[in-house]
Design a protein around this ligand. Structure first.
Ligand code: SAH
Ligand code: F3S
Length: 487
């Protein structure tokens, strides 16, 4: 039996922010405090920002009270994410009373969405910088140093930050994000991302491989290739995907799609674990699944958001596949990679969603039995097609009840999936000490499930074979049986 408070906790945890810091350069004199909210891409972007600012004389700190510059990398995906940022700005205001010289900048999706309105609405804010404008930070900081407000929210068709080597903030030294695409062209009707992050563009594969090799040399053991829609990755020497048709024969012949990029990364570092996120069902091709099956070091896990199980709602969301096509994709994944874990994103209470549509979502979940899920109540976002053309007509109470039903079913399925691991010996990469016990390590198996086991003589970054003895709906508990051959 799952209690409602536990479900509320699951909902709340997706909204947490993190302050980020790293080991510092002694030559630098100014102090940067940076906080990130929202998706993995924002965390990755904060590492790019810290890298750009390190060259401008900034070291990171985790103490806002001593910071010269306080940055908050914001999320607009749901209203609640924006409210969280507004609350943080109140806190910054309080700190400014004891640290009057500190300047405050907002970065990311909320900056892009609100632009200079931010300066009017929140007096504490000195600087507003959109996700494609981080290279302009040195100029913008000069502006605010001279006492003026500064804004740059210009979106770009080609900026990928491929030439900026990110510094690793709050790193465990084992796992890292590597961004491969920016923006999104899908225009799902509920989603603000295409407006805040602009057109989709792919990063030069050479710079991606250089980053992967560099991470391996620094001792990292696992990377996650990041994009809003990784399966749509396409490099033919630069340029937007929609212009590929106009590329020369030579460019077409040497182009790199996502399956090829995965293969290149897997071969460049055969011992590096490779993950990727996010896959959009409409763009995921069989060659990606086959590439995953072919390489031992590509993790057997696919985050495959579906949002709804109802064909009518999928259409209204502008998701370009049907329920049946999604099932076909799931069947193909299971046939080609029998031990592959699959996770979802789901939205409860999209406009016009009926009880029957909701039942379709539950029955789709029953078919797939996802390993994990990220589930949300629909939140109307200004400027999206859904906001302009549809009424947010599902009552709040109904949205919440449907969301609770979805989460409860997901927890049952999570338990069903974790139980399949019990009794097996699985390779786990140690990421750090377990949150609940100093005496235990925490790591993940290939399927991305958290595994906890007694520390013994193993250490962070080891690949360890662990016999799984017990489980909860989200965690496996086991005992190490030895180092894996991957070390
Ligand atoms: N392709 C992206 C999706 C970004 S948004 C990725 O890389 O993950 C992450 C999830 O937030 C979406 O899959 C969707 O389930 C949820 N979401 C987006 N807009 C939303 C909205 N307006 N209300 C509720 N949930 C939303
Ligand atoms: Fe948003 Fe759909 Fe792109 S959810 S990020 S518009 S794939």
């Amino acid at each position: 039996m799952i209690r409602n408070e536990e479900i509320e906790k699951v909902i709340d945890e997706s909204q947490q922010g993190n302050s980020l810091a790293l080991e510092n350069d002694t030559k630098n004199t100014r102090k940067l405090y940076i906080e990130s909210y929202g998706c993995q891409m924002n965390f990755s972007d904060s590492e790019i920002v810290a890298s750009i600012l390190a060259k401008e004389g900034f070291n990171t700190t985790q103490d806002m009270a001593e910071a010269d510059l306080v940055l908050v990398n914001t999320c607009s995906i749901r209203e609640k994410a924006e409210q969280t940022v507004r609350k943080r700005l109140e806190k910054f205001n309080a700190v400014k009373k004891t640290n009057p010289g500190m300047k405050v900048g907002v970065l990311g999706c909320m900056a892009e969405r609100l632009k200079s309105k931010f300066l009017e609405e929140e007096k504490i804010v000195d600087m507003v910088v959109g996700p494609d404008a981080y290279k302009d930070l040195p100029n913008l900081i000069q502006e605010i140093d001279e006492g003026r407000n500064a804004v740059n929210v210009i979106l770009s068709k080609d900026e990928t930050y491929g030439d900026v080597a990110p510094v690793r903030l709050n790193s465990n030294g084992v796992t890292a994000f590597v961004s491969i695409t920016r923006g999104c062209d899908n225009m799902c009707t509920f989603c603000v991302v295409p407006f805040t992050r602009g057109r989709e563009r792919s990063r030069n594969p050479q710079s991606i491989l250089e980053e992967v090799n560099d991470l391996w040399e620094k001792g990292f053991k696992e990377i996650t290739l990041l994009g809003q829609n990784v399966d749509s990755y396409l490099w033919y020497g630069g340029g937007l995907k929609k212009d590929f048709e106009k590329a020369t024969d030579m460019q077409k012949a040497t182009s790199v799609n996502f399956a090829k990029l995965l293969e290149m990364a897997a071969e460049a570092q055969p011992k590096m674990r490779i993950r990727f996120s996010t896959s959009n069902p409409q763009d995921m091709t069989l060659d990606v699944i086959e590439t995953m099956a072919k390489y031992r070091n590509i993790c057997k896990y696919i985050h495959l958001p579906v949002q709804s199980g109802s064909d009518r709602v999928l259409k209204a969301m502008n998701r370009l596949h049907t329920r049946e096509e999604y099932f076909e994709l799931i069947d193909n994944i299971r046939a080609i990679i029998p031990d592959c874990a699959i996770s979802q994103d789901m939205i409860a209470g999209f406009p016009t969603e009926t009880e029957e549509d909701h039942q379709d979502t539950l029955s789709l979940m029953e078919y797939v039995k996802y390993d994990f899920g990220f589930m949300f109540a629909y939140s109307e976002r200004p400027g999206t097609l859904a906001e302009r053309k549809m009424e947010d007509d599902v009552p709040e109470e109904t949205k919440k009840r449907r969301l609770r039903e979805i989460i409860a079913l997901q927890q049952q399925h999570g338990l069903f999936r974790t139980q399949q691991h019990v009794g097996k010996v699985e390779e786990v990469l140690i990421e750090g000490t377990s949150k609940k016990s100093e005496a235990h390590w925490m790591g993940r198996n290939s399927q991305n499930t958290v595994v906890v086991f007694p520390k013994e003589n193993y250490t962070i970054g080891d690949f360890v074979n662990v016999k799984i003895n017990e489980c909860t709906s989200a965690t496996l508990i086991g005992q190490a049986v030895g180092l894996s051959i991957n070390n």
